[in-house]
Design a protein around this ligand. Structure first.
Ligand SMILES: C[S@@+](CC[C@H](N)C(=O)[O-])C[C@H]1O[C@@H](n2cnc3c(N)ncnc32)[C@H](O)[C@@H]1O
Length: 99
């Protein structure tokens, strides 16, 4: 099964997974992240944006990046939440000057 098909299948029930609906997991993730209101966060492999949703009230801006259109279609767009469909293996940052 190719990657697109795999994540299309998983996207259909992803938001019903136990951990997605388990506050204790999300709270532990937030504690570990130590997020601040000045932070700009890139969530690579964001999937349905579970983490983006959880941390968006705590940071300045958060962007969810994912290669799967199907996973992203199960996310919600709101305020400072942005989603980008991209493969992280492709270069998305340009280095203007090497130090
Ligand atoms: C197990 S899901 C995790 C989703 C989310 N981080 C979470 O914790 O709910 C992994 C995600 O990584 C994405 N992914 C896998 N390879 C990727 C790549 N090369 N670039 C961007 N996203 C990728 C998949 O499409 C999938 O949505």
């Amino acid at each position: 099964m190719n990657q697109n098909k795999f994540w299309k299948t998983r996207s259909e029930k992803y938001n019903n997974l136990k951990w997605v609906n388990d506050d204790s997991y999300i709270r532990a993730f937030i504690r570990a992240g130590g997020f601040k209101k000045t932070d700009l966060v890139l969530d690579v492999g964001t999937g349905t944006g579970v983490i983006v949703h959880a941390i968006s009230p705590l940071v300045k801006e958060v962007i969810g990046l994912d290669v799967s259109r199907d996973m992203l279609e199960h996310s919600n767009w709101k305020d400072n939440k942005y989603f980008i469909r991209r493969d992280i293996r492709e270069s998305i940052f340009h280095i203007s000057k090497r130090i």
